[in-house]
Design a protein around this ligand. Sequence first.
Ligand SMILES: [Zn+2]
Length: 228
Amino acid sequence: MSAVDAVLSDLEADLSWERALYEDLHRHPELSLNENRTAGIVEDQLTKFGYDVQRVGGTGVVGVLENGSGPTVLARADMDALPVKEATGLPYSSTARATDSDGRTVPVAHACGHDMHVTTLLGAAKKMADGKGSWSGTYVALFQPGEELGTGAKAMIEDGLVRKIPKPDVALAQHVMPGPAGRIGLRRREPREPLLHVRRQDLQRADIELARDVLDLRGFNSERGHVP
Ligand SMILES: [Zn+2]
């Protein structure tokens, strides 16, 4: 069994707690830079998994798992929700309201999927902790606040993020997108290049981007001789 297979061998089994966590986060969305409840849950979970946990930049949270010599890999998830009214009818729909920075009372919903990002990164963080015998290096799970405003990452950097965590050799970010289940697009980017972020009005463009990314994924795999 390869190291990857060993770490991922019981992936399905974790859906029990991940689903409950996702629905809880979905029910309790928080506006940008007000992710206090979400950050508290993230801190508790990472601490339980055995990570060295820090608050960085207000509601930002970083967990570091040192596991011997090897590369440092950082994975990032954003945590904030949007001032949008949910109309999905789901049993775990958000009915939350909050006061925005202009003092207006607004509905709040995880309309951009950051609740899924938090859930999947916590799921990955647990996998890495449970599978420590199968890999070596350092894994950094970074939970970024205020992505929708573009100010959360800046707050983390201004709070000394670079000094507070090991320098990553690789940084990974993710975003859910509308499309067929099970489709994954990958894109490699150089440091300092901004991450793609797709908003609702850009969905048509997103389809084009996604198609291109899927093609890139096929090329990426065939370059290395793997079959997707
Ligand atoms: Zn988003």
